[in-house]
Write a protein that binds this ligand. Sequence first.
Ligand code: GAR
Length: 290
Amino acid sequence: MLKKLQQRWKVNGLNLVLIITTFALGGSLCGYTGRKLLMLTNLEKGFLWFILYILLITLLWPLCVLLISIPLGQFSFFKRYLIKVWGKMSGSSNNSHYKCNIAIFASGAGSNAQQIIHQFSDSALINISLIVCNKPGAGVLQIAEKAGIPSLLIEKERFFNGDHYLPELRKQHIDFIVLAGFLWKMPAALINAYPKKILNIHPALLPKYGGKGMYGSKVHEAVIAAGETESGITIHFVDELYDHGEIIFQAKCEVTLHDTAETLAQKIHLLEHANYPGVIASVAEKQNRS
Ligand code: GAR
């Protein structure tokens, strides 16, 4: 139960304890203040008193938890939490000010990352909060810098055998992860921390031409060598196997006799840029509300 809450709220153990303490103290403060205010009215305890009490504590509760959250260092969590609850209660989660925070993981030039950043630069719903990269000097790092988005250069040992950079993801309140040409396998701990909240794009029509070592131009060379007349893109949820999780979207393009790995890569990139941001928006929004 506590583990589930930790996953849902994307916080570490200490923060979870502080959040639960805030709920408890905020609730007590709210009940106490509600009773004190009603005493000022000299109302007898009865039906009317009870109705007023319920109304008062409903109004006071958000204020009380926000107040308590300040000394316990949980203000930003509760601010986001209350905005989300309000969005759900008012049935306007689509229009609420709660933004889904996305981290893009990329290893290369970053043309997809660039397109995603551009697409969501004015979005009221999605915030590209972090660029995660495993290659010093990769083009995507310059893209992040230009866009003023924080970037995180990760190391193999910590990513696979350490804390998997979960503290950094939690610090940035990352709700959703998008892989855009990220060539390391995602560790199980990250997949468990973000169930059905990690998307990947693959430059071929999976399940064909996927798996370990199948990335970038290698995929296109294999497609051409096999004499395929069509290729395309696949957007899928990430699971513990390479290029394997549930497929969400595919789009096709023609492969002609004149195509080389380079020309096919150009066609695929066009398809990716045209489709990835839209699929991210619909999936991230849906998953984030669930
Ligand atoms: C993209 O074509 C993406 O599909 C591919 O890497 C390229 C990254 O390009 N991903 C894989 O091959 C994953 N197996 P970009 O850096 O210009 O976005």
